[in-house]
Design a protein around this ligand. Sequence first.
Ligand SMILES: [Zn+2]
Length: 157
Amino acid sequence: MIHYQLRCSRGHEFDGWFQDSAAFERLVAAKLVDCPQCGDQSVTRALMAPAVASRERGEKLLMPPRAEAPAPPPGSSAPPGKAIPAQLLAMLQRMRAEIERTCDYVGPRFAEEARRIHRQEAPARGIYGEASADEVELLTEEGIEVARIPWVPRADS
Ligand SMILES: [Zn+2]
């Protein structure tokens, strides 16, 4: 199961649980997800909590601020070389802005810093940065949940 923070077009935020990200996309497309407050069916993900996986270059790794955030769905990777649809691009740009606003950039020290936070040797917070595939695998084995975020150009660039 995967947890998403959702937001309707009127700005209400609520939680949703889905089998995986594909199931979420399907349900939203079929208008089967509606806002519990107003019934609106224009629902988007409000936050990055778990992730969109990607093999594209220019991705960042994210350790969400909440320790109980669920793992990203296993084996979900976007096919390489495919253009990002405009709607998804806009979502990724919002995601990037949100991450930059709420998380600390730790660059190539990502794996090290994620471990320190996990061991409570560093202040608990969301961080983002870069790490190798091997480092990510090790972190996952250690029970540290990180997400891969395709790092798209900013909306204003
Ligand atoms: Zn609503």
